[in-house]
Design a protein around this ligand. Structure first.
Ligand SMILES: [Fe+2]
Length: 409
């Protein structure tokens, strides 16, 4: 076959060719590809047909699908297969009588026949314990705002920061500016900010007539922010502008590690907290946010998805009568774990520190501080987990593009 240029892929990404297609076999509804490293990957004819990159399948302007499979004359089946001079897989589909070509790098990267859940995760989740000697992953970010967006200098700071947040749920960037409002420009290097009724940026400092315990000098127990929302924010940023008070040490716990410990030590309490819906409420003079949800939420595979813990935002429990005592027993088992010092990382904010953490996984807390001993001013904002995942995929795409560029030279 005479095609020498690789075909398009149905996306904007870059797919280096890690292995070449050596041989290909087919039956009407399956293709089996043998790669140069010995791997064998099977693909279904219908999967291949809908993932073609031609203009009948994907809008070339948007790379979004335009093919409606149910409009095909019949189930797409394979007439003949081959490998062209570019190394692409070529398939003649019947009954459309259409030849479509598939990029080997893209095919290999989407090899569902050999995929594992671990490979599907961007960065594997690693739970952690705290203790007196532990500190958050910390990075010098002094050059971040001076770096050009998308540049290698930006990536050198952002990539390890994103990896820490995706894997451990937490990173501390240091040596950032301390001008009020600079957080917004920093956060936008990751993605758009999620506004709430507390504003786009909120100021964490003691103030008169506070509408949250956060805006006082009292201690805050371990909590996530805004569990009172159907979808509580996936990321929280806290940026220290001033900190000269006595006290006010920051505390961070991995809510997933606490949940795993509860599952081991008290499986019944764990099961109860994954099942019973608690009422979370934030009632103020002009707003009234309420949501009902379990404290530990699992995904469809039974893996930890999020925790929703904030004792000062818990409203009156409204659940089945027979669930009330087991629910409170489980709650207290969890609260005893939260007080164990072995889970907590403790640190003091320095001006210019920015802590970014997964607000649906980590719990944050602070010690009380003496309000008249100095000034403590943090600015905060929220983003979504989607933003950090998208940003990290863009880092990976840039790395793959560089690899292809290096191969072409
Ligand atoms: Fe908070």
């Amino acid at each position: 076959m005479t095609e020498t240029a690789l075909p398009l892929t149905p996306d904007y990404d870059a797919w280096p060719i890690e292995a070449h297609i050596l041989t290909v076999e087919s039956s009407p509804r399956q293709v089996s590809v043998r790669w140069s490293d010995g791997r064998v990957s099977r693909y279904h004819s219908i999967w291949l047909r809908e993932n073609a990159a031609d203009e009948t399948t994907v809008n070339p302007a948007t790379r979004e699908r335009i093919l409606d499979l149910s409009t095909l004359p019949a189930w797409p089946e394979i007439g003949s297969v081959g490998i062209d001079d570019s190394g692409a897989l070529c398939i003649d589909f019947v009954p459309e009588d259409r030849r479509l070509r598939f990029h080997p790098g893209w095919l290999r990267a989407h090899d569902y026949d050999n995929a594992t859940d671990a490979e599907a995760a961007l960065i594997p989740v690693t739970t952690w314990l705290g203790g007196p000697d532990e500190q958050p992953d910390s990075l010098d970010a002094s050059g971040l705002l001076d770096s050009a967006p998308g540049s290698a200098a930006e990536e050198a700071i952002l990539a390890p920061a994103l990896e820490s947040v995706l894997g451990k749920g937490l990173v501390r960037l240091r040596n950032l500016p301390t001008e009020p409002g600079s957080l917004e420009a920093i956060a936008r290097r990751i993605g758009p900010v999620r506004p709430t009724n507390f504003g786009e940026l909120f100021n964490v400092r003691a103030k008169p007539d506070p509408d949250s315990n956060a805006y006082t000098a009292i201690a805050l127990p371990p909590h996530v922010d805004l569990p009172t929302r159907e979808y509580h924010p996936g990321l929280q940023c806290l940026h220290c502008l001033e900190n000269s008070v006595a006290g006010g040490e920051a505390v961070m716990l991995d809510g997933f590690a606490v949940a795993e410990a509860l599952r081991e030590r008290d499986p019944q309490a764990y099961a109860t907290l994954t099942r019973v819906h608690w009422r979370f409420a934030n009632t103020a003079r002009t707003t009234d946010y309420v949501w009902h949800a379990p404290m530990i939420c699992l995904d469809t595979r039974g893996e930890l998805l999020e925790v929703r813990i904030a004792d000062f935002l818990r409203g009156p429990l409204q659940t089945a009568f027979e669930d009330v005592e087991p629910a409170y027993e489980a709650l207290m088992a969890l609260q005893r774990l939260l007080r164990e010092p072995g889970f907590a990382i403790r640190f003091t904010y320095q001006p210019g520190d920015l802590v970014i953490f997964d607000n649906r996984r980590l719990l944050h807390a602070r010690d009380a501080f003496e309000g008249d001993s100095g000034h403590r001013w943090l600015q905060g904002c929220y983003l979504e987990r989607d933003e950090i995942r998208s940003r990290y995929r863009m880092v990976q795409r840039a790395r793959r593009q560089r690899r292809i560029g290096a191969e072409d030279r």
